[in-house]
Ligand binder design. Sequence first.
Ligand code: PLP
Length: 212
Amino acid sequence: VRVVKALCDQKNISITGVTKVFRGDPRIARIFLEEGISMLGDSRVDNLKRMRDLPAEKWLIRPPMLSEAAAVARFADAALHSEWEVIRAVAAEAYRMGRQHKVILMADLGDIREGYVDPEELLRVAAQIESLPAASLYGLGVNLTCFSFIQPDTEKMAQLAELAQRAGQAAGHPVRIVSGGNSATLDLMLRGGIPAGVNNLRLGEGLLFGRE
Ligand SMILES: *Cc1c(COP(=O)(O)O)cnc(C)c1O
């Protein structure tokens, strides 16, 4: 964790420590936090719930289902979203709880797993989010090498950074998070291939095993 964190720090890339492969065990997640990681991501709401007492920002790292809007609003501070209807539902639940929900919009750059395929639709949603009292546009993200073996490269990262800038304009404020993928993007980072503008990676395997 210490080595990977130092490498990412050198490139001004923040880490969201992914906890799903150890089922959100707070004893292991705590090690991420002790090494200076401040954001934790998991694909299961139950795992986020296990980590509720840890002082970190919690992300649900998959598109939430409509049926779990309340649980997401309660146990996640942020989530990776691809559907306006779900964003609205999570924000409505957050409003009821007096909480704020941070939206990270996913862009599909070829992996065909999740995210907006049409950038114009993503930009429309980016603007709409700002009309919700309990939600805000926090960032943009991409997922690669999951479904279709599309590899991260500088061109895709630049595409994401550009879209993030346009999303910030649409929302009326710059986005804080531009998340360039999982451990499979580490190699590109080490080769200096991540352009300015991409500032976050979501790392599971890289932190646990030091590889991708
Ligand atoms: C599991 C997961 C990650 C972490 O992947 P690693 O290859 O273990 O780093 C990142 N993002 C999403 C959306 C994931 O589901």
